[in-house]
Ligand binder design. Structure first.
Ligand SMILES: *[C@@H]1O[C@H](CO)[C@@H](O)[C@H](O)[C@H]1NC(C)=O
Ligand SMILES: *[C@@H]1O[C@H](CO)[C@@H](O)[C@H](O)[C@H]1NC(C)=O
Ligand SMILES: *[C@@H]1O[C@H](CO)[C@@H](O)[C@H](O)[C@H]1NC(C)=O
Ligand SMILES: [Zn+2]
Length: 945
């Protein structure tokens, strides 16, 4: 069947024979195998057979494991041949790696994990043994003699592996066709440390090489795609070999193949003279092909924007995207073939909400930004992952903003990325942006909010400091200078340094090398204002525990911007408050009413003012809110609440500030307020002030609630976002009309679930959740569950899954939790979201907590301790605990199961959050009740303009 057309096919023929009887591989004395091997050697005249079987699992190395590959050898080129078997869920593969010898060594050390390596050859060399070392995930090949420096060797490896029940490496995914039968596909997810689960390789980002990939797929409706264009199809009867063009030099984590029966649509990306135009093709399961239109249109537009922005041609000849039914993250930026979760790519206006649409655009903009920043120029090692991810996180907002300027993305960065990470980063369990990582668990864990959101936030601050044009110029210079190479953070900053006239590197080190951020203290001085800085910690008690372990003593070089009441709206002054200076003074006339620092909240810090200045800011907000733009209003609300939460400001200040909300109609400030009102509700739930809090909070949202109403605007993006935010707060706070409206829509639709009765996509989560919350009938839940099971649209399914978690019956929630662990009910990729949904419901929280502890051995066996999403679960399900009893339960649990893998930080965070919650109630619940009992004025009506 196989012509000995090339090396690959010859070895495949050999492999097929060898696989036929399992013992054959080991037994070199087996005459047939020897004959086969001789045959192979004659034809290709290169391989020495190997007569030693791998020793599985060397003894575990104890301390100080060196996980890094030696640098004696550098891979240059891989010839890869994969045959995923979609029926059995296994694959066979083989490869030939060309390697340069940099230092003399008699060992070839590369990564391999969960692969059955069946044979190893080194061209013209004698192999003594090969060993698979499980702890470090290495394949160690020992040769009889040292390799010669400056020479080049060829390593051949045969291997096979399993694609079942996993979401990393080369894995199987399934979906139901329109006719209802199960279809299997296979796809890959290699970042950060999973390429080694699909082929033995030098799996470090700096070990760039070129890849010539061949994939075997069933002939017929199935096909294969990879990073590069197909160069040749080789028909072999039942199977076809798809042979792809060789890639450019790139990291192993960017390699991708997909074997599927997906359908596709395509469009052309117009390079506008910066390189050649090229094709963008979008793949999805055939019955969902109509859902790729939005992604194609937006994808091409944002790619065109990046080509202009980077001013560097797109380095490949095509850029595809594919929606994979099972996917561990949201998307992965494989060069030339970006893969997505279905919810992150597929858009259908009868299913997708305004937020779904925005998220799709944002994820696309993120992954496509990586095609240059990350793929063309890559970090040397994972400790600099923030540069990739922080940059892409920031660029995704710029990218979407370029295509949809009316979506307010630049302000949305503030509320979606900046505000949440500032909460995380105000804890002692946070970590610096640049952090040493070595083991696979550490590498997996660093893909966190610090790398993404804080990374993005400090890049945004830097851009604002140096100016966007100079910043863009530095980005272009950086990409050109280091293309196809690897860099460290300093290389990027050097380029920014070159276009500016101050010390960018020193300034940035204060942000990247120490965790946390400062709060600036602003007070009136003799001739203006005085500013000091201090690290911001959300728990007062943490100040005593905080280690003094930073070179910069937890002080930062802060880019300060400010404006005052007397200036024109757009006048801003700025300077840098250096980390090694105690106090800065701003000289201003004595009659200044208010000063506002951190204009538009472009800086990564908080600002506290003396009481009279807060008063003046609040007066201004109430008298004429538009004096501050949207970002500044969102900032004032966010800082005031955060400072009060940290007991650094009386709670009276943010509460009095809320008086202006009666006039507020913009999304970003309302989003801040609505999230805070919901959070306070949860915090105060078991406290005496709860009822008066609810009355007050309902009054606050009532008028804006009346105004946004329940009908969705076809084309007003930000108003749609505002509506959902307000409805969600109003229903959560129990505004009677909101609950009635939700229940009515829920019941009408559940009785008769036709398309016409279905609420608008924007309203569905609210209707499903609060409808379910108010239902007392088990059969309603069963019905909703049935609809969930039948649903095939991924984003609709998530909305229904959210609704199911809203029921107020612990028994039903427990059942749901048990059902959810069945992969045919809740896909593995959605499992953690489902558990979190249940845990966020106060009735479900104790149910999940018991279940999590009880099922820990099974859960850790299923997901593995290196799974970062699994690791994060502990902090998420305990985030509202606020008692000593719960704290002790947590500590007992840690004592019982000390191994936490990628969840190590999450465990620390959980403890710190509980301590903070306990302290918060002590410090603030009294003040809040006092303030509420002194306020009986219906604020919104009184203060409406
Ligand atoms: C899909 O994979 C499963 C699990 O490996 C297998 O049982 C089933 O037969 C496969 N279906 C097809 C159509 O190959
Ligand atoms: C592949 O993995 C699945 C799930 O762990 C297991 O059930 C199956 O037996 C494995 N197949 C092979 C051939 O090892
Ligand atoms: C901030 O300034 C006020 C004076 O307005 C002072 O009382 C307070 O101690 C300062 N706080 C810090 C942390 O410097
Ligand atoms: Zn990314």
């Amino acid at each position: 069947m196989f012509l000995s057309r090339n090396w690959m096919q010859v070895v495949l023929a050999w492999a097929v024979a060898a696989f036929a009887t399992a013992t054959v591989v080991v037994a070199v004395q087996n005459a047939k195998l020897e004959a086969d091997l001789r045959d192979v050697q004659e034809k290709i005249d290169i391989y020495k057979e190997l007569d030693v079987r791998p020793t599985l699992q060397r003894e575990r190395r104890e301390d100080n494991i060196d996980y890094r590959l030696p640098t004696a050898l550098l891979p240059k080129h891989y010839e890869l041949y994969w045959h995923p078997d979609l029926d059995t869920g296994t694959f066979t593969g083989q490869e030939k790696i060309t390697i340069d010898v940099v230092e003399a060594t008699n060992q070839i050390i590369l990564h391999s994990y969960l692969l059955d390596v069946t044979n190893v050859y080194v061209l013209n060399r004698e192999v003594v043994e090969y060993v698979l070392e499980v702890e470090r995930q290495l394949l160690i090949i020992t040769l009889t003699e040292d390799l010669v420096v400056g020479s080049s060797i060829t390593l051949g490896i045969l291997f096979n592996g399993n694609m079942t029940d996993k979401l990393v490496g080369l894995y199987s995914s399934t979906y139901k066709s329109e006719a209802g039968d199960q279809r299997n596909i296979s796809s890959t997810q290699f970042e950060p440390v999973y390429a080694r689960q699909a082929f033995p390789c030098f799996d470090e980002p700096a070990m760039k090489a070129t890849f010539a990939i061949t994939v075997v797929h069933p002939t017929g409706s199935y096909h294969a795609v990879s990073n590069m264009k197909l160069s040749e199809s080789n028909y072999l009867g039942e199977y076809t070999e798809a042979i792809f063009e060789s890639t450019v030099s790139m990291s192993t984590y960017l390699v991708c193949i997909i074997v599927s029966d997906f359908a596709s649509k395509s469009t052309t990306v117009n390079a506008n003279g910066i390189g050649e135009d090229f094709t963008m093709e979008a793949f999805a399961t055939p019955h969902q092909l109509n859902k790729v239109d939005f992604a194609l249109e937006f994808g091409a537009a944002v790619t065109e924007y990046y080509i202009q922005y980077y001013n560097v041609p797109y380095p490949l000849t095509k850029l595809d995207m594919a929606a994979i039914p099972d996917f561990s993250s949201n998307a992965m930026e494989h060069w030339g073939l970006v893969t997505y979760r279905e919810t992150a790519l597929l858009y259908d206006e009868s299913y997708s909400s305004t937020l779904n649409k925005q998220s799709i655009a944002a994820v696309l903009a993120h992954e496509i930004a990586h095609q240059w920043f990350g793929n063309l120029v890559t970090m040397k090692w994972w400790n600099d992952i923030w540069l990739n991810e922080g940059f892409a996180r920031y660029m995704q907002y710029k990218g979407v903003n370029a295509v949809y300027p009316d979506w307010g993305m630049l302000e949305q960065f503030q509320i979606i990325a900046l505000h949440p990470v500032m909460v995380y980063d105000a804890k002692l369990s946070s970590h610096p942006i640049v952090q040493e990582v070595e083991s696979p668990a550490e590498i997996s864990a660093i893909f966190d909010t610090i790398s993404y959101e804080k990374g993005g936030s400090v890049i945004r601050m830097l851009e604002n400091l140096v100016g966007s044009e100079k910043f863009e110029e530095a980005v272009t210079n950086y990409l050109v200078k280091y293309q196809f190479e690897n860099t460290v953070t300093d290389d990027f900053l050097s380029e920014v340094d070159l276009v500016t006239d101050f010390d960018v590197k020193l300034l940035m080190r204060t942000w990247t090398e120490q965790m946390g951020y400062p709060v600036l203290n602003v007070s009136r001085g003799d001739a203006g204002f005085l500013i000091t800085q201090q690290r911001f910690l959300s728990n007062k008690a943490s100040y005593e525990e905080a280690p003094e372990d930073s070179e910069f003593q937890y002080r930062w070089s802060v880019p300060i911007t400010y404006t005052i009441d007397a200036w024109e709206d757009d006048k801003i002054e700025s300077f840098v408050f250096a980390y090694n200076i105690d106090t800065e003074a701003i000289a201003l006339d004595a009659d200044v009413q208010w000063i506002k620092l951190n204009v538009h909240q472009l800086g990564y810090y908080r600002v506290n003012y003396e009481d009279s200045l807060w008063d003046a800011l609040i007066k201004q907000l109430i008298a004429y809110p538009a004096r501050f733009d949207v970002a500044d209003r969102a900032h004032l609300l966010n800082d005031a609440f955060a400072l009060a939460d940290a007991s650094q400001l009386s709670y009276k200040v943010p509460l009095e500030m809320t008086a202006y909300l009666g006039q507020e109609r913009d999304f970003a400030p309302w989003y801040v307020a609505a999230e805070k009102l919901k959070a306070l509700q949860r915090s105060l739930m078991f406290n005496e002030g709860y009822v008066s809090y609810l009355t007050y909070a309902r009054t606050l949202v009532d008028s804006v609630y009346q105004e946004v109403g329940w009908s969705v605007d076809a084309n007003n993006h930000l108003n749609n976002r505002l509506r959902v935010s307000i409805l969600s707060a109003a229903c959560s706070l129990g505004l009677p009309d909101c609950l009635d409206q939700a229940a009515q829509r829920f019941n009408t639709w559940l009785q008769n679930p036709t398309a016409a009765n279905r609420p608008a996509p924007d309203l569905r989560e609210i209707v499903y959740y609060y409808g379910m919350q108010q239902s007392t009938s088990n059969s309603d839940w069963d019905k909703l569950f049935e609809l969930f099971m039948e649903e095939t649209d991924a984003s609709e399914k998530l909305k229904l899954m959210y609704g199911l978690a809203g029921v107020q019956d612990a028994q039903l929630l427990f059942n749901f939790l048990v059902l959810a662990s069945d992969e045919s009910i809740v896909r593995s990729q959605d499992y953690f979201t489902c558990v979190q949904n249940i845990a966020s419901n106060p009735v479900g929280e104790p149910v999940v907590w018991d279940y999590y502890r009880e099922q820990w051995p099974q859960l850790s066996a299923r997901f593995g301790l290196t799974n970062r999403n699994f690791g994060r679960l502990i902090a998420q399900i305990t985030k509202s605990f606020a008692s000593q009893v719960k704290l002790e339960e947590l500590q007992q649990f840690y004592a019982k199961y000390p191994e936490s893998g990628a969840g190590a930080n999450s465990r620390l965070e959980a403890v710190e959050t509980i301590k903070y919650n306990i302290e918060w109630l002590k410090q603030n619940s009294g003040d809040i009740s006092d303030w509420l009992s002194g306020t009986s004025v219906p604020l919104t009506k009184k203060n409406r303009l």
